[in-house]
Design a protein around this ligand. Structure first.
Ligand code: GRF
Length: 188
């Protein structure tokens, strides 16, 4: 089985990155994590990636050096870029070089609650079901084609933290399954 090569972009905690790295450690999983790139030298996820033996890179943040990110991804022969809590916007010139090869995870059932604070938006709207979405990244924020979604209930006493934690647990599984779907459909 040819494994697809993942480049993972993070800005912070990196729990989705960790879920992907752990999935990739299973020899039967059809992807391998080859590099982790961050715009934030303080990102907690960097240490996790280093401990897992993955090559890590910090790129210039202000302005974001997207050309440098592109060079690293090419150097590592990345097939699929996974944004995992990456808090910078990738512009059209970068995305056009990686057409249909950049995916993201968002903590709502898109197209509801795009943008920041999706869990808070769901609580304020009073919805009873929210969730997470893995989607292709396009220049329009949180608007690309949907790859996978998981529904998560909103419980009566939820606050932002409790709801976010319930969604996050599903994000980790949903992201892994979305990568599997893409890798397996590439292999056909
Ligand atoms: C997740 O909730 C993800 O959906 C959003 O940012 C958060 C990142 O968390 N895009 P982590 O860094 O993966 O732990």
């Amino acid at each position: 089985m040819r494994k697809i090569k993942l480049g993972i972009l993070i800005s912070g905690r990196g729990s989705n990155m960790q879920a992907l790295i752990e999935a990739c450690q299973d020899h039967s999983f059809p992807a391998e994590a080859v590099c982790v790139i961050t715009n934030n030298s303080e990102a907690a996820g960097l240490k996790v990636a280093e401990q897992a033996g993955i090559s890590t890179f910090v790129v210039e943040n202000k302005p974001l050096d997207a050309n440098k990110i592109h060079e690293i991804l090419i150097q590592y022969k990345v097939d699929l870029i996974c944004l995992a809590g990456f808090m910078r916007i990738l512009k059209v010139d970068f995305l056009s070089k990686w057409h249909n090869r950049v995916i993201n995870i968002h903590p709502s059932l898109l197209p509801s609650f795009k943008g920041l604070d999706a869990q808070e938006q769901a609580l304020k709207a009073g919805v009873k079901i929210t969730g997470c979405t893995v989607h292709y990244v396009t220049p329009e924020i949180d608007a690309g084609a949907i790859i996978a979604q998981t529904a998560v209930p909103v419980l009566p006493n939820d606050d932002i933290q409790s709801l976010s934690e319930r969604i996050l647990a599903e994000e980790h599984k949903c992201y892994v399954e979305a990568v599997r779907l893409i890798a397996e459909s590439n292999a056909k």
